[in-house]
Design a binder for this molecule. Sequence first.
Ligand code: UD1
Ligand code: PEP
Length: 418
Amino acid sequence: MSKLLIEGGHKLKGKVNISGFKNAAVAIIPASILAGDMCVIENLPSIEDIHVLKEILEYIGAEVELNQEKKMMKVNSSSIEECFAPYELAKRLRASYYLLGAALGRFKKARVAFPGGCDIGTRPIDQHIKGFEALGAKVKIDHGIIHVEAEELKGAEIYLDVVSVGATINIMMAACRAKGKTIIENAAKEPHIVDVANFLNAMGADIRGAGTDVIKINGVEEMKGCTYSVIPDQIEAGTFMIMAAGTGGDVIIDNVIPKHLDPITAKLREMGVEIQEYGESLRVVSNNKFKNVNIKTLVYPGFPTDLQQPISALLSQAEGTSIITETIYEGRFKHVDELKRMGAKIKVEGNVAIIQGVDRLSGAKVSATDLRAGAALVIAGLMAEGVTEIDNVHYIDRGYEAIEEKLLSLGAKIKRVK
Ligand SMILES: CC(=O)N[C@H]1[C@@H](OP(=O)(O)OP(=O)(O)OC[C@H]2O[C@@H](n3ccc(=O)[nH]c3=O)[C@H](O)[C@@H]2O)O[C@H](CO)[C@@H](O)[C@@H]1O
Ligand SMILES: C=C(OP(=O)(O)O)C(=O)O
C-alpha cells in the first residue's frame, strides 16, 4: 500500500501539462467495441481505470495494445463474440456499465455485473435501464448481473427523469445501432458527452445536439474503426488550478479547453485568485489570501461535483464562512473528517458543509476515502504547515496521472512511500 508524504508551504511555480479526460476516456474505450473493427484512441491518461478497462476488454475477447509512452490504445474488437463482464472486473470501476450500451448496440445483448466507482452516495442506474427498455430491450437483474437483450433495437423518445452523464452516454451508444431515430431529452451536457458523441460520429454514427439537453441519434447499419484523440481532463485541470491557488503559486495549466473550466475560473476569481486565459492554457496567480464564497454543485455548466471536495480544502483557509451545497451526491463529504484532522473547521448538515476559514491547516496523518477526497487531501497537504501523510493512495491513482511527478516539477515537496 502506497502513501503520499507532502511537506506543505511551498509555492507551486511553472507549467503543468493536463492529461486526457478520465471520464471521457473511460466511456470511449468501451464505445470502441461498437464498430467490431480497429480503433486507435489517443491522448489517454495513464491512470488505473484505463488499465482495468484494458483487462475487461481482453476478458471479453478484444485484442488490446496499450502504449503508455504514446498515451495510445489500439482496440481490435472484431474477435468479440459476446459481452460478459463478471463482478471481479466490473466492480473495479464505474465505467464498466458502458459495456451495456455498447454491447447492446452491437450484439443486441450484454451481461455486466453491477459497476463500482467512488462511494459518494447512492448511484442508481434506473435511467440507463429506462433508456434501454425504451429502445426495445428487456432488462433483468439476476445474482448481481445486469442482463440486457433485444430482438431488435428501435429508436425512441426518451425523457430522462434525472440529468445523468452515464445514462445519456449509455443510451446514446445503444441508439447508434437502433433502427430509426432516438431523441434523448433532458440529456446531460458535460464536455465528455460531446467528446463521446464526436468519437461515435467518427466511427460512423449520426448524432446531433450533444452538448445541449436534446440529443438526436439516427441509427446506422454499420460503424467502422477510427483514430480519435481524447479531450483534456477538466477535473484534473481544475484540481491543479486549486493547487496553484492554495499554495500562493504562479502556474500555467497547459493543454486545457478554458471554456470547460469557466465554472471553476469564475469561483476562483470570486475568491480573489488571478486567472489569465491564453488559447489552450490558463495562468493561475495567487497571493494566498482567499475571500469566502458559496458554492452549489450542479450539472454542467454549473460547478462540477467532482471539484467540490478539492475546493473545500481551499475554502478551509478562506476568510470568514463559506457554504457548500452538494446537490448531486449525498455522500460526498467523507473527506471532511480527514480535513478536520488537519485543523479545518467544517460542519456538515445534510447536503450542506459550513466552512469556517482558519489561518493555517497543519499536516497530519489522513486517509483518502475516494478519488476526489484524495485530491482534496493533497491540496490540503500542499497548503498546510508541516508534513501530511495520505494513505489509500490507490483512490487517487484511479484518476490522476503521475500526480507526484507533476507536483514535483512545480516545486512541491511530495514523495510516495510503500
Ligand atoms: C465515469 C464518470 O463519468 N463519472 C462521472 C459521472 O458519474 P455518473 O455517470 O455515475 O453520474 P450521473 O450523472 O449518472 O449521476 C448524477 C445524478 O443522477 C442520479 N442518477 C443517475 C443515474 C440514474 O440512472 N439514476 C439516477 O438517479 C445519481 O444518483 C446522481 O445523483 O458523472 C458524475 C456527475 O457529474 C461525476 O461525479 C462522475 O465523476
Ligand atoms: C466519481 C468519480 O468517478 P467515478 O464515477 O468513476 O467513480 C470522479 O471522477 O470523481
